[in-house]
Design a protein around this ligand. Structure first.
Ligand SMILES: Cc1cc2nc3c(=O)[nH]c(=O)nc-3n(C[C@H](O)[C@H](O)[C@H](O)COP(=O)(O)OP(=O)(O)OC[C@H]3O[C@@H](n4cnc5c(N)ncnc54)[C@H](O)[C@@H]3O)c2cc1C
Length: 334
């Protein structure tokens, strides 16, 4: 019997989980499992929040990606360029072509400063993000040198990864400056396009009280339009309100991977239109979407990817056995 191929795009949280789960279930002689990722550096993303405060070391949160795959999972280091769902093949920038019987898209999402006007000029000068390793390492130095003034923690737009992380950053900043004995010289202002400090009403009620106790200012319903690094202000989308800053900690507009939009299989923001309950791509046969790359209305978080991977596993196995994809995902996160 001919060997069949399951191709997994992206070897981050989702790609690694599903590759190992499928390898555990499927016969090695009948099913090849291949993961493609652009690099062999697995960054433990939650720790990027801790780096600016000296609570974790940037060198320690990066591990070799290939170490986490079970024996029998093929890892290919290359950049995915095109996904051709009609002919069931994926092409990489080095020109390699991979045919598939089932495809799992788990290319994640990333904040892109280029999406926000004026932000590229500000990055590394007086604006930083803890959403990438290089910038969060620079932010550690910027915080160390900060002697007083206004720190604006700004969520540019929705959705973004790990909805609670910017608030956690603000709480940690409160702790950090208290420890340094200069909290009274630092204004921490939390700015969000959301209607409250968090997405869920019950959590928002509790977290709003903590925000108040910690003397953190909040601005809600405020989407980022422009950054002016020279004059140190940010302006909202409507262009009718400005907030001055001394140090900007920003979560730039988050989008899906370029390969998804270049292949024309996205929703306009680089996310793959996905059935919210089966996690199957709505327009493409034999394609599942796992994690942040999906346009499912749930948190973009590792915990969610964990629950989703069980559903994707079940449904691929079901299709292999001649069954159908079951609507098992209910969107919950922990
Ligand atoms: C600061 C921060 C704190 C967080 N804290 C938490 C937390 O406390 N709890 C929690 O549950 N979640 C947290 N998260 C979110 C969590 O890390 C992500 O939701 C999770 O990693 C998503 O998994 P994924 O597989 O969808 O994407 P990723 O893990 O991002 O993996 C995507 C992979 O695809 C690869 N890729 C993309 N495009 C291409 C291409 N064209 N070619 C080749 N390879 C490609 C990338 O290199 C990457 O390895 C946090 C995130 C951040 C940034």
């Amino acid at each position: 019997m001919a060997t069949k191929n399951i191709l997994i795009l992206g070897g981050g949280n989702g790609g690694t989980m599903i590759a190992n789960k499928l390898r555990h279930e499927l016969d090695k002689d009948r099913w090849n499992i291949t993961v493609i990722d652009r690099d062999n550096r697995h960054i433990y993303q939650p720790s990027m929040l801790l780096v600016p405060f000296g609570l974790d070391d940037p060198k320690k949160i990066v591990k070799p990606r290939n170490k986490y795959f079970k024996p029998g999972v093929n890892f290919v280091q290359d950049i995915i360029a095109n996904i051709d769902t009609e002919n069931r093949k994926v092409t990489t920038t080095s020109g390699k072509v991979f045919q598939y019987d089932f495809l799992v898209v788990s290319t994640g999402c990333n904040p892109d400063p280029e999406e926000d006007e004026g932000l590229p000029e500000a990055m590394g000068k007086n604006a930083f993000t803890f959403y990438n390793l290089e910038s969060t390492t620079q932010l550690r130095t910027a915080l160390k040198q900060f002697q007083g003034g206004r720190i604006v923690v700004d969520i540019s737009s929705l959705p973004f990864k790990c909805p609670v992380a910017p608030l956690e950053f603000s709480f940690l900043a409160d702790w950090y400056f208290k420890k340094r004995g200069i909290r009274n010289k630092v204004d921490i202002t939390f700015v969000t396009p959301g209607a409250g400090v968090f997405t869920k009403p019950k959590a928002t009620a509790v977290l709003s009280k903590i925000v108040e106790q910690k003397n953190i200012n909040t601005v809600v319903n405020w989407g980022l339009g422009t950054v002016n690094a020279k004059e140190k202000w940010i302006e909202n989308m409507q262009g009718n309100d400005r907030i001055n800053y001394d140090l900007l900690v920003v979560i730039p507009t988050t989008i899906g991977d370029k390969a998804i939009s270049d292949s024309g299989i996205d929703d306009g923001m680089g996310y793959v239109p996905t059935d919210h309950n089966t996690l199957k791509a709505t327009k493409h046969d034999r394609v599942y979407v796992l994690g942040d790359a999906a346009n499912v209305p749930t948190s973009k978080a590792g915990s969610v990817v964990h629950y989703e991977s069980e559903v994707v596993l079940y449904n691929i196995l079901s299709e292999i056995c001649g069954g159908v994809a079951m609507p098992m995902f209910d969107g919950h996160a922990t």
